[in-house]
Design a protein around this ligand. Sequence first.
Ligand code: ADP
Ligand code: TRP
Length: 352
Amino acid sequence: MNEKEIVLSGIRATGNLHLGNYFGALSKFVRMQDDYDSMFFIADLHALTTNPSPEELHVNVKNIVSEYLAAGVDPEKATIFVQSDVPEVSELYLLLNMHVGIGELMRTASFKDKARKALGIKSDSEDIEHEIIGSETNKRVNAGLLTYPTLMAVDILIQKAHKVPVGKDQEQHLELTRRFARRFNSFYGVDLFPEPTNFDFGGQPVKVPGLDGSGKMGKSEGNCIYLIDEEKVLRKKVMRATTDEGPKEPNSPVSLPVQNLFTLMELTSAPEVVQQFKDAYADCSIRYGDLKKQLAEDILKITLPIRQRILDIRNDDAYIGKVLRQGAERARERAAATLKEAREVMGIRKFY
Ligand code: ADP
Ligand code: TRP
């Protein structure tokens, strides 16, 4: 068989893409599209779990499609589509939920995180299950948030994807996807869904750190460098990144904020440049200002050309429309075939 393996990944339509999305997901999409049967989508239904305004959602979908295209995802090689353009996903989501436990969903780290946010709970130690059931305020944790992993599993399983390039933070969701696939297959004695795995060129999935000394760059963390950032803004962000007082003795251990800058540098700068700054750290001659200047320069080399293309593509509604129509058609074809099989397997069969 020389059929290509199916690769699928998506990003929620919740804002502009940042370097975490770029290195964790998007740059891998671009590198994979030649060798795999690739499908990349914009998860607008997942974005609804945090109740955006309709205008905001619509603009975000458009921005992310533009960013995919600007970063080099090629609609002639990969299927690019919007999640809600494939209604079969919503139906399989309902069906698969019949085999998903509320308990396993409630134990998911991303759910606990978001539930805490929805209820305005700061501390990690609160018994979140108790809080959710007992909450009599007008704050609520919507059911879509709970079943988020089912929807993500369906995105993957309905296309029978083998590989799912995502960042480290999504590994738990992938683990659940495999579990749901296995459970469904074994309950009905079929071999309908393949079990998908994460994919990374370097072996280990990357985690891009934040500029504020925290472990992760993320939209909700407010510590991001966006692909769309203007040159001046980007330089300023990098120059303001958290550091420490500098090494006092040769070969001192590296603090987290400084390690973060090295990690960013490893992703964006040439290996000899990184080594030069590491040596300077080791012999205490390092100047963080120089490191930041170099880092900003090397990040800009990646982001500025993408930024220009984003601005061009965003203005081309006809092109965006054409790409998404073609993508929706291709994505629906495979989804409809899988849904038909799943319905049949579950006993939903027609009498007429
Ligand atoms: P955010 O965390 O900013 O809300 P998303 O959850 O929408 O971003 O993530 C979309 C994709 O980008 C996922 O594959 C996710 O793993 C990846 N990603 C997001 N932030 C990072 C990061 N800091 N490092 C590596 N990958 C990331
Ligand atoms: N949950 C993913 C995120 O937050 C987005 C996503 C939804 C996804 N469905 C997917 C990723 C299917 C890969 C495959 O980033």
